[in-house]
Design a protein around this ligand. Structure first.
Ligand SMILES: [Zn+2]
Length: 255
């Protein structure tokens, strides 16, 4: 398998100690394996803001992003990152700070969210904090005015809390429309992450940064494949199809 050196952004959610209640969370023990893998294979961890500044980013540059702001990220992601001298980016749903992710069903240990003190401590330790709206709505279903409100209010709250500019954003559920992009710009964000998979530089628009999703079953070897292909589905049948397609293209180009 050929390895790639292109920069890539990954999307994580919760990092519980117990088995995850959703496919989007990754057990703490597996997350530690990911960090070990990245370290031993020479990947450099950046944050999104840094990645945006690079003309040519150093080879093997990766950004780990965490959506929603789950409380278990503090112990199981933030502290291990700090221990390894690594950085990451968090997108906070501001109405849920110190509460529960209300869109995830009844309150439980795994839907508990970070507190304001924890978010401040993470920011002070060099973690990048962006907004994920106030209430985690599907923005594409809201009016422009409502979207702007979600975007502006969450940005202001985080800036008041952290005493620094907040210029990054991630779309809840990966949902947006034309009005969303206008509202993100009008609210003063410089960049935004989507949930479409692909390499970091796949889109020229800084408001459509692509990310590869990490799922609950992603072992280090699955992570390795994701870093090589920048797709969410790295099952062997999918990869076989990918190679066949490439071979076909090569043969066609030769004719
Ligand atoms: Zn979310």
């Amino acid at each position: 398998m050929t390895s790639t050196l292109k920069p890539i952004v990954l999307m994580y959610h919760g990092t519980p100690t117990a088995p995850p209640i959703t496919d989007y969370s990754l057990r703490a023990s597996l997350f530690k394996h990911h960090l070990t893998y990245l370290k031993t294979n020479g990947w450099h961890l950046a944050n999104v803001g840094k990645l945006m500044q690079f003309q040519n980013s150093p080879s093997k540059t990766i950004v780990l992003t965490f959506d929603d702001g789950y409380a278990d990220n503090f112990e199981n992601a933030f502290l291990p990152l700090i221990e390894n001298g690594m950085k990451a980016t968090w997108f906070i749903t501001t109405d849920c700070i110190s509460k529960y992710a209300q869109w995830m069903g009844s309150p439980s240990e795994q839907t508990k969210m970070l507190s304001a003190d924890q978010i401040r401590e993470m920011s002070d330790a060099g973690m990048e904090i962006g907004s994920h709206t106030c209430s985690h709505p599907d923005l594409s279903q809201l009016s422009f005015k409502q979207q702007l409100e979600e975007l502006t209010r969450s940005k202001q709250l985080l800036e008041d809390l952290l005493q620094k500019p907040v210029t990054g954003f991630a779309y809840p559920f990966g949902r947006y429309n034309e009005d969303t992009l206008k509202a993100v710009r009008a609210a003063g964000y410089k960049w935004a992450c989507s949930t479409r998979s692909g390499w970091f530089k796949k889109e020229d628009d800084p408001l459509l940064i692509r990310r590869v999703t990490v799922f609950s079953g992603d072992t280090s070897s699955i992570l390795a494949r994701k870093l090589s292909f920048a797709v969410n589905d790295v099952s062997l049948t999918k990869l076989a199809t990918y190679y066949l397609q490439r071979l076909k293209t090569k043969l066609t180009n030769k004719q």
